[in-house]
Design a protein around this ligand. Structure first.
Ligand code: SF4
Length: 406
């Protein structure tokens, strides 16, 4: 009841009015590198209201609607995201994942941010694939330390001609599943047959980030197209594997590219199970090695918007978290982030450790998420209750929903 009253009051005070424009809101609220918002039209209260009232994911979002949510004053946006987060998730539960490299460096792609591209001079040595037993030993250590999901990454463009590697990876997936953990791999582009093989091995999720908006993407990567990325994601989804796809903030993009990134995943046939939000960790020797760090306000705004637009998805606070003080991390968790990478390393970058994270959770009354909780989340993700409603039309709030006045 207290929550409802507070929400009602805050929405009444500050929902965008017909006279407020994007340009005006830019003056009051920070965007990426203070990039000017190019649209000058009235903000819509309805898109924000729709998002706040959602009782199920919907896949018919327009860019304008997501832009209106994104440009809501940050104090309102974070509060609304926290409210929706509580409707779809337990805010005290954070999924701890451990991500290891099973094959480092030597990748033929030219992703401008990546230390593992053979086209950049970062000093990183390429290695062969790690053997199955070493990977399973690392998974066991991760489990003993509280991780419930184990992710394995290989620096490859695709899986063509890698039959032996695929066979070993399937053994890794089976071994991780036998430990009672969720398993996720990121191996570059895969076709439908490879996706089916991974599904048959028991793979929980496949990570393939779209990275940024369709428009900004060619400024970041030239060796594979946005549509090729989407094709792999389609193969994964159609094989029945959970999709993990998100982006990296700080690639020289503008605020509208954050909107474009969220729009891409929000309009997939079903929302991804997992949406990683990375903040660029500039690496010397890469084209983005001297980049300016993305503002925290942009990270928070992106997380909160993603929570409202992708209400049942796990939002993963990924690379760059180790540069955030605890208070900033907590703001992200309050605004809807509910997964982290924990361990000794995250691919080639530094990572917060298990003990550090568990201590932080304890201070704030939080705890690691258990596997059965992510399964419940999946049921909500695939709920069709509101998925096919036309834009601007929302279901009646359930007894669990917040009541909103505008
Ligand atoms: S495909 Fe992956 S490993 Fe290869 S350069 Fe891009 S981000 Fe790095």
């Amino acid at each position: 009841m207290v929550q409802r009253t507070l929400l009602r009051r805050s929405i009444r005070v500050s929902l965008p009015t017909k006279t407020r424009t994007h340009r005006q809101s830019r003056l009051r609220f920070s965007t990426v590198h203070d990039a000017p918002l190019e649209v000058s039209r009235p903000l819509s209260a309805s898109a924000f209201q729709d998002a706040v009232q959602a009782t199920a994911p919907r896949t018919n979002w327009t860019r304008e609607e997501i832009s209106d949510v994104y440009n809501t004053p940050l104090i309102e946006l974070s509060y609304a995201a926290a409210t929706v987060h509580r409707r779809f998730h337990n805010p005290a539960a954070i999924q701890m994942c451990t991500l290891i490299n099973i094959k480092t460096g030597g990748c033929s792609e030219d992703c401008s941010y990546c230390a593992q591209s053979s086209r950049h001079n970062t000093g990183l040595k390429a290695t062969k694939m790690v053997d199955v037993q070493s990977v399973l030993d690392a998974a066991r250590i991760a489990k003993e330390n509280g991780s419930s999901r184990f992710c394995m990454g290989a620096a490859w463009r695709d899986m063509r001609g890698r039959k032996t590697n695929l066979r070993n990876i399937k053994e890794m997936v089976k071994g991780v599943r036998a430990l009672g953990m969720e398993s996720c791999v990121t191996l570059g582009m895969i076709d439908a047959e490879q996706a089916k093989e991974l599904k048959d091995a028991g793979l929980t999720a496949y990570n393939h980030n779209v990275d940024t908006s369709r428009e900004h993407y060619p400024s970041v990567i030239t060796t594979r197209t946005y549509d090729e990325r989407l094709a792999t994601i389609k193969n994964v989804r159609e094989a029945g594997i959970n999709v993990c796809t998100g982006g990296i903030l700080g690639l020289g993009e503008k605020a509208k590219d954050h909107v474009g990134l969220i729009h891409t995943v929000a309009t997939m046939p079903s929302h991804p199970e997992s949406f990683p939000v990375n903040a660029l960790v500039p690496i010397k020797g890469t084209p983005l090695g001297e980049s300016k760090t993305v503002s925290f306000h942009s990270i928070l705004r992106t997380i909160a918007t993603a929570r409202l637009v992708l209400p049942a998805t796990i939002i993963r606070l990924a690379a760059g978290r180790n540069t955030m003080p605890e208070e900033k991390q907590m703001m992200c968790f309050m605004a809807g982030a509910n997964a982290v990478f924990t361990g000794e390393k995250m691919l080639t970058t530094a990572c917060n450790g298990w003990e550090e994270d568990k201590d932080m959770f304890e201070r704030w009354g939080m705890r690691p998420m258990e596997s059965h909780e992510t399964i419940q989340g999946q049921q909500k993700l695939h709920s069709k209750e509101a998925a096919n409603l036309p834009a601007m039309q929302t279901p009646e709030p359930t007894s669990k929903s917040a009541s909103v006045e505008v």
